[in-house]
Design a protein around this ligand. Structure first.
Ligand code: C2E
Ligand code: CA
Ligand code: CA
Length: 472
């Protein structure tokens, strides 16, 4: 043996057998690095790797992820009293029960002691976390039988929602643990969210965004119509289209609850475009069933107006529905224009070339409304409700309303007042030359079915000459 080592003699195996043994050892080491030997569940290392990977995958898809930490109440006491064999068995049962409570693509791990972690990956609704937590609490709250012993067990859960984008897994795990302590201090056998309020709110927004994304495809975008009437005859001359989100769970949702979100996410474009399609289709239905033609005003945000191809989109809708362009009105607000005046004016002019009317919404609430009248191609202004509300209460506001009407008339711009709620307000407006009004005095925004009923009533009333003044 001239100094060289015989691998066989020194315990090494050669050839295939050696490779096999090496592979087994390697697998065993891998296993021990990643799994817990008592329960067979993934351990901390694998859990952290899995969570990091999920954050990367799921956040780009805009879905939610959360971490739950589940702790067996009184485990330590039982382990100390009955010994580790029973303790280990309790942990194995706990692992089994936990896995039975979650979905297949969720990830259950044992981090140490009686600390279990669950990754709930890629879900849409916060309700899922609550459901899973309640299921765990109820499955754990039981008499656990081990050999000849019976143990009454419960569990406590801490929950941390994984924020979007970059997130530090160990911080999220700590958040879940601190929520767990919170729940324990309140008396165990319950679950708690980390920073409850904030996370729930975030989740709510996130859930809203996810469902708003599907709202157009699912036909949940509907339009309510608010009549615009001639102040004297109360005859309907047109209407404003106001979007509503017909949510399958929450019912009719007002724009104030989702327009900002739609603006920030760009969803306003498909939603707003859908509104335009719907109102043109509906108006042609009314026309074709003999109710007459009316102008219909759509609210259009800056983002919507400036989308590429907006003008051609409008043209396509008008062509497809055969809606006369002069019946379509686009309502824009001053604040929507301010940011990019030049582009806005360009687009508004293009729309006007098609024959569409432009109406300046919330008139008087901006900083330089009068100045805009000079620059903007505008056919109509809407006196804002904040002025109308002051009628009969504030003489200065009344003087401003009067001045606005006179100015509009001299510029050959139509005027309508919105938010008219009382006869006193209507009378003042009539007296000062504002012939068109819109507001609760006549009708709230209503679904198309109810609007059809209003049109039917009007038809009957106005076909009969003895009815001149009609009021609800
Ligand atoms: P807006 O354009 O100023 O619409 C008028 C709002 O005042 C409507 O609220 C309407 O229901 C309410 N209103 C009408 N008459 C009266 C009244 O006599 N008294 C009172 N107190 N309120 C009255 P709504 O439908 O909740 O819409 C809120 C806002 O959401 C709209 O304000 C508009 O800015 C926006 N919006 C509505 N539909 C759309 C849409 O299709 N696209 C876009 N981008 N925005 C929309
Ligand atoms: Ca409006
Ligand atoms: Ca308005």
């Amino acid at each position: 043996m001239n100094g060289t080592t015989n691998r066989k003699d020194s315990g090494y195996l050669s050839g295939e057998a050696g490779d096999q043994k090496f592979k087994e050892l390697n697998d065993r080491v891998r296993y021990l690095e990643n799994y817990d030997t008592v329960t067979g569940l993934p351990n901390r290392t694998l859990f952290i790797a899995k969570v990091s990977e999920t954050i990367l995958q799921q956040s780009s898809m805009g879905r939610n992820n959360a971490i739950l930490t589940v702790d067996l109440d009184n485990f330590k006491k039982l382990n100390d009293t009955y010994g580790y064999l029973i303790g280990d068995e309790l942990l194995r049962i706990a692992a089994f029960k936990l896995k039975s409570c979650v979905r297949e693509n969720d990830f259950v791990a044992r981090i140490g002691g009686d600390e279990f972690f669950v990754l709930l990956a890629g879900f849409d609704d916060i309700e899922l976390i609550k459901k899973v937590s309640e299921r765990i609490l109820s499955v754990f709250n039981d008499i656990w039988k081990i050999i000849n012993h019976e143990f009454y067990m419960t569990a406590t859960i801490g929950i941390a929602i994984i924020p979007e984008g970059k997130a530090d897994v160990s911080v999220i795990m700590m958040n879940a643990t601190s929520a767990l302590y919170g729940a324990k201090s309140k008396g165990k056998n319950q679950y708690q969210f980390h920073e409850h309020g904030i996370n729930e709110k975030l989740m709510h927004m996130h859930n809203m965004e996810n469902s708003l994304r599907c709202a157009v495809e699912r036909d949940e975008i509907v339009v309510y119509y608010q009549p615009q009437v001639n102040a004297q005859t109360r005859r309907i001359t047109g209407m404003e289209a106001l979007v509503r989100w017909q949510h399958p769970k929450h019912g009719v949702i007002l724009p104030s609850k989702f327009i900002d979100l739609a603006e920030n996410t760009g969803l306003i474009i498909p939603i707003g475009n859908r509104v335009i399609e719907l109102i043109c289709e509906q108006n042609m239905k009314w026309k074709n069933t003999g109710y007459g033609t009316f102008h219909v005003a759509a609210n259009v945000s800056a983002r919507q107006l400036q989308q590429t191809g907006f003008v051609s989109f409008i043209k396509e809708v008008l062509d497809k529905t055969e809606m006369p362009p002069s019946c379509l009105e686009i309502e824009i607000t001053e604040s929507a224009i301010v940011k990019s005046m030049k582009t806005t004016v360009y687009i508004l002019n293009k729309l006007r070339e098609l024959g569409i009317k432009i109406s300046l919404d919330d008139f008087g609430t901006g900083y330089s409304s009068l100045g805009y009248l000079k620059t903007l191609p505008v056919d109509k202004i809407k006196i804002d409700r904040s002025f109308v509300i002051d009628i009969g209460k504030n003489m200065k506001t009344e003087a401003i309303i009067n001045a606005i009407i006179i100015l509009a008339k001299t510029m050959s711009i139509d005027v309508i007042a919105e938010g008219v709620e009382t006869n006193e307000q209507a009378d003042f407006l009539i007296m000062n030359g504002c012939s068109d009004i819109q507001g609760f005095l006549y009708s709230k925004p209503i679904p198309e079915g109810q609007f059809t009923a209003l049109l039917s009533d009007q038809k009957v009333i106005f076909e009969d000459d003895s009815w001149f003044y009609y009021q609800i």
